[in-house]
Structures are given as C-alpha cells and as structure tokens.
Write a protein that binds this ligand. Sequence first.
Ligand code: MSP
Length: 472
Amino acid sequence: MSKDKFYITTPIYYVNDTPHIGHACTTLAADCLNRCHQLKGEETFFLAGTDEHGAKVAEAAVKAGQEPQQFTDEISQRFVEAWKLLNVDYNFFIRTTNPDHIQLAREFFQRLYDQGDIYKGRYEGLYCVGCEKFITEKELIAGKCPLHDRVPEKQSEENYFFKLTKFAPQVRQLITSGEFKVSPENKKNEILNKIDAGVEDLSISRANVPWGIPVPWDEKQTIYVWVEALLNYWTAPQIVGQELWPANLHLIGKEIAWFHCLIWPALLLAAGEELPREIFVHDFYGIKGIKMSKSLGNVITPQALVDRFGTDGARYLLLAFFPHSTDTALSWELMEEKYTADLANGLGNLVQRVAKLCERLEFDQPLASVNFWNQENPTGQLLNDYRFGETLTGIWQKIKKLDQTINTQKPWEKSDTALEKILTPLVGGILEVASALKPFIPETADQIEKIFTGKKIKAGRPLFPRVKPDKS
Ligand code: MSP
C-alpha cells in the first residue's frame, strides 16, 4: 500500500528544561507548512514530541530531585502546553519513553546487529552531555563546547559501533542526486563537505547511562539516545497504526544536521527502509548575537511572548523572523516594532478602516471567501522554499496596496454609490489576504473572514491591541 498523506515532523525536544521560542521556531514552521498543505487539499500528518532518555535528561532529573520518569512526565507536558498556547495543531505527540517506541527501537537495533552492521569496540574521546555527542578538540572554544558553555567529559568505554563508514558513500550519492533532498543549498554543501572530510563508525550504545533503552542482546548497555530519538519518526506511524513512512519532510535546526542528514539515512539504508524525502535545515534565533538556548540562559519562553503579543502576534513574529539561511538576532524592541508596524497599524488598521466604511454604507453584498493556497501565485510559491519571512513580506505588500487604494481614493468623501464601487474590490482584497494568512495566524484570519463574509459587516474591537514598549 502506498502512503497518501503528507507526513511532516519536528525534532523531538529534550526534556531537560522548559520550552523556549527556539523550539517554537521549528514547531511553528511545521505547523504553518502543515496547514498550508491542508489548504491545498492534501491529507497530512504532523508529528511532534519529546526526547526523554540519556545522560542530559537524567542529570536534569537529579538536579530537580526527581525520578527521571516523573521528571520527563512533567517537562514533556510543558511542551504540550506550549504548543497549545501557540495553537499548534499536530496529530500525534510521541514520547520516547512510550513502551511501543521502546519495543520498536529495540527490534530495529536487533535487525542491524543480526545482519552484522553493529560490532563491539572501544571508544575514547571527549563527550558533551549538552549535545549528547562525542566532540573533537577542534570544536572546542577555550576548552568548552561553545553551544553549551560546558567542559566535555573524557570517556573511555567498551560499546557497540554502527558501520557508518559502510553507508556514508551511498548517502552522499543520494544527497547529490537529489533523491534524498537536503535544503537549503548552503546546508547541503556543509554536509557534503563534512562527509568528504572523513566519516568514522558511530558509537551507538552507552555503558554508563542507565536512563535509556537497553540494548536487546546486551542489557548492561543502553542504546545511544540520538539513535533511538531519530527512530521516533519511524516508530510513530507504527504506534498510531498508519501507513505514513517515509516522511515527506523533517524540519530541523542546523546543529543537528549531521545526525539527520548522514546518520539517520545511513541507519535506514542499513535496515532496508526508505529514506525521508527531504530535510530542511534552518539557522538560529539569537539574543544580542548569542544563540538562544537553555544552557546559555538567555531564553524567551512562548508564554512570555504570548502574554505580550497574543497567540497570533507571537506566531506572526516568530515566522516573520524565521532564520531561513542565516541567524536572526531577536530583541523585545525589534519584536515590538514589528508587531506595531505590521499587525496593530498595518493589518489591524486596514481591517478596522474597511469594516467601518462597510458599516457606514451597510454594505450588503457579502463576498465568498477565497482560497489563496490552491492557486498558483508567486507569493505562495516562496513557501515551497520555506521562506516564511519573505512570504509574509509578499502578503504585506498586498496589505500596503489596499491601504494605498483607500488613501488615494478617499472613500469617506464619496457618495454611497461610488463608495460601493470602491468597497467591493477592497473587501475582495482583504479576503484574499485573510486566506493567505491562514497558515500563519489562523485565528485572526478566520476572524477577518467572518467579519467580511457575514450578513452585516461590523467593525469590532481592534484585532491587535497596542503594546507599550517596556521590556528590554
Ligand atoms: N533531542 C534532540 C533532537 C532529536 S530529533 C530526533 C535535540 N533537542 S533540543 O531540545 O536541543 O532541540 C534542538 C532543536 O530546537 C533545534 O534543532 C531547533 O530545531 C530548535 N532550536 C533550539 N534552539 C534554537 C534557536 N535558538 N533558534 C532556532 N531553533 C532552535 O536536539
């Protein structure tokens, strides 16, 4: 049976701490694309979840004075709540402590062992618990992992290795032929260069990390957290009992590209499974030029953003500033300016002005809503390349044009008959904008559609209340 759903995923986030807007970046991007595919009439499946095993999570549980299971139950719930707050509409939330995931991961692992792609060896090197990976001296800055500001630990242990070197040439070839698509181009080239610089077999079990999935044939060891985490994309469809694999799109941040673009396809090739169709790799949000991260302590939470800008305000800002192929420097000031210019003044004002004019005229020719996403148009096409910010800029050009029409035609000076001639295309334009905005700010888009397709058009309260600049 061939799958018929567009299957999209986000990274499953570590539950060592609460969610921040860096996590929301990828999850909102996936939500936006998922909604877009639905508006095009496709059936979709959107997977979210949390990564709950490994040393990093176990360490955080000890710090919190809790058992790891109790700790992960609590923190994973915070991700569920954050996505609810941001109106993220996923189909399934996978947790890697799910017993079915554990069972399926063990079976997958056993398969690779039985066919001889896993062997026993000794690993000696530096390990960054923050990254949950072995790290080389070259990657350190002043002796520390720059992403986690942490001194890596020296490790030397016997564990199991996966023959990554055996599969790397095939993965490379599939990337260059485009059969396994890695985008954007700069990230694809980085991966190819890194493969060319040399690949080693991968240590895929741990002797001293009890908070993990036991290796089926040697229960003293646990499966390396990254390997079973990647498997979530493949176990989830089996858990929900749907024919979804291969995924159409994995969305990820750049620091985990190596795992997704080389290790993941290599594991799948070894197991004789199909590869995901595409991996899109984005850059980071930073605060004052530093990557936002829990470990560096400079995070903004989704709650703080929603408190200030509302759910759709927060969604708009995060997608407008999406770090497509370069990092985005965020600040409260920048976000407040953008919110005020684009939402309170731009879209909010336009809707209010036109609704007021309609109210005055008792404009009673309700127009049908339109579907921007099932027509060919250059603005919509920008989203095919995951250019969230540019797509929004394109939609805002339409908003500006509608504003200019009002300013030049001065409808308030016109007779009622002339006013009607102006209003019909204006309302049509607003409905097109509302449709275009559905994947980005769905509640507001629906609200606008309701205002202008209803029997009696009435200007309600402003869509986006003004915010006072008081955060730094
Ligand atoms: N658990 C692994 C992923 C396993 S997927 C099989 C992990 N978790 S994480 O909690 O560290 O999340 C990393 C991801 O969160 C990044 O790849 C990116 O998607 C997102 N972001 C975290 N910080 C970010 C920014 N500052 N900016 C944008 N996205 C960022 O790695």
